[in-house]
Design a protein around this ligand. Structure first.
Ligand code: GLU
Ligand code: ZN
Length: 498
């Protein structure tokens, strides 16, 4: 992919992409990565790639590898992060545990956090009471003011404690870059846990701490994280007081992506798996183009553009707060456009992984480079995804055309044998140096039997390629060659006559 005109790091803008390495990369995640990347590139800023792997039970090395590989495939490069390094290394949170322990200790010392000894049963009981009384059911602040005697008593009982952040008793207002001004009242943002009883720090702590230490200026992420923003702003204020942070970043929350039936697209929906798009042969440019339209638009009358063009225009305040609808058909149509935009050589090359794959339907030694080069230009305008290439050209590399019952039944009617016999004669006598002459031959055969070209073409196509649809027929016949074409028509005749 052509990389955008850029000069990373020359502006003060610093954004981050900070996934947790769980499961397979999905389109929501890629959309977030893309918007951060485009924002950084547009503003000549810095994109920090950070791995939020503090949940040993869920994180996996395989998922981490896939994340890196996916970003590389998409061409979304990062300026700081794994394999690249940077002034704030390490960029994997699992390697930064001492940092979080230190900050948690300082927050406690300064009175911004405290040990909470409540058991789950106690919390549940009080939540139920609050609900019954029609009060907010979040943490009630019980352990904010424990006396040293109460603490000692809890400890003597052998109770475990978590660390909780003390939310200030004030309303928190901020201006979301996408949604405008948002306000959260204290009863809706109770004190929250930042360190587990085991000592393991939580997302609520590590995410803003790293954003602070890494100098992040803009946090662009999914709407699902909106509820954590008031907490993070309060925590930021405390970190500023401690000298850990300089300033609260700006926040922008990207809209939900809706899938089938107007339900939120979930990681588990098959159409959300990035690997699926890759395996089907989306071009990175095509996929990024489509994903950029999930919440953003390039212009009122143009929705196909290059990544460089996107970067040039990308504006986070132009992102729409309304949910975006994921439309697979549109994604495919945009991808098809990008396939057509490739130059001939790039197209032929892009198809190679499917043509030379061990799972290709022909034997590797039967792949014919010259035939492929000859047919490729005719295939380019017809593909939606690159993996479609195999079904379009398999007739060239298989010893026999594919045996597709439905195609055969559809094309081979009464009278098809007569038509094929005449077509074989005319093709035998034709000049094979031009597809036009082959067309004339089939046209003449059709006329002899009172058939228009379309009707005459169908049995020839099925006899030769096995399918009712495919690349332009006469170019296909020419590339396949006279002998093989005539032999296949002969074989179809034999089958019809048997
Ligand atoms: N690790 C978090 C996630 O993947 C990052 C959220 C954020 O951007 O703050 O959901
Ligand atoms: Zn408590």
């Amino acid at each position: 992919m052509a990389s955008a005109p850029l000069n990373p790091g020359t502006s003060g803008v610093r954004v981050r992409f900070c996934p947790s390495p769980t499961g397979n990369p999905h389109v929501g995640l890629v959309r977030t990565a893309l918007f951060n990347w485009a924002f950084a590139r547009h503003h000549q800023g810095t994109l920090v790639f950070r791995i939020e792997d503090t949940d040993a039970a869920r994180d996996s090395e395989e998922s981490y590898r896939m994340l890196l590989d996916s970003l590389r495939w998409l061409g979304l490069d990062w300026d700081e992060g794994p394999e690249v390094g940077g002034p704030h290394a390490p960029y994997r949170q699992s390697e930064r545990m001492d940092v979080y322990a230190d900050v948690a200790r300082r927050l406690k010392e300064a009175g911004h956090a405290y040990d909470c000894y409540c058991t789950n049963e106690e919390l549940e009981e009080r939540r139920a009471e609050a609900r019954a009384a029609g009060r907010a059911s979040g943490y009630d602040g019980r352990c904010r003011t424990l006396t040293p005697e109460q603490v000692a008593a809890y400890r003597a009982e052998g109770r475990a404690s978590i660390v909780r952040f003390r939310m200030p008793d004030r309303t928190i207002t901020f201006t979301d870059l996408v949604r405008g001004e948002l306000t959260f009242t204290p009863e809706n943002v109770p004190d929250f846990g930042i360190v587990r009883a085991s000592g393991a720090p939580l997302y609520t702590l590590v995410n803003p701490v790293d954003d602070a230490l890494m100098g992040i200026t803009h946090v662009l992420r999914g709407e699902d994280l909106l509820s954590s923003t008031p907490r993070q702003i309060a925590l930021y204020d405390a970190l500023i007081e401690l000298g850990v942070a300089q300033a609260v970043p700006q926040f922008g929350h990207l809209p939900y992506v809706m899938g089938e039936g107007n339900k939120k697209l979930s990681k588990r929906d098959p159409e959300s798996s990035l690997n699926l798009y890759r395996e089907r042969g989306f071009l990175p440019e095509g996929l990024l183009n489509y994903l950029s339209l999930l919440g953003w638009s390039y212009s009122a009358d143009q929705d196909v553009f290059t990544v460089a063009e996107m970067v040039e225009r990308f504006d986070i305040t132009g992102v729409n707060a309304n949910p975006a609808r994921f439309d697979l058909k549109k994604a495919e149509a945009i991808n098809a456009d990008h396939i057509r935009r490739l130059d001939e050589k790039a197209f032929a090359q892009a198809c190679e992984p499917w043509l030379r794959a061990p799972f290709a339907p022909w034997r590797p030694e039967d792949f014919d480079e010259a035939a492929w080069q000859a047919i490729a230009p005719h295939a380019q305008t017809r593909l939606t995804v690159l993996s479609d290439i195999t079904a379009n050209v398999d007739f060239l590399f298989l010893a026999e055309p594919v045996d597709d019952e439905a195609s055969w039944a559809k094309a081979m009617k009464e009278g098809s044998a007569d038509l094929l016999r005449t077509a074989r004669e005319k093709l035998e006598a034709a000049d094979w140096s031009s597809p036009e002459a082959l067309k004339e031959a089939v046209l003449a055969a059709g006329e002899a039997h009172g058939l228009k070209l379309g009707k005459a073409q169908a049995p020839v196509r099925v006899a030769v390629t096995g399918r009712t649809v495919g690349l332009p027929l006469f170019e296909s016949l020419q590339v396949l060659g006279r002998d093989r074409t005539l032999a296949r028509i002969g074989a179809a005749l034999a089958r019809l006559e048997s």
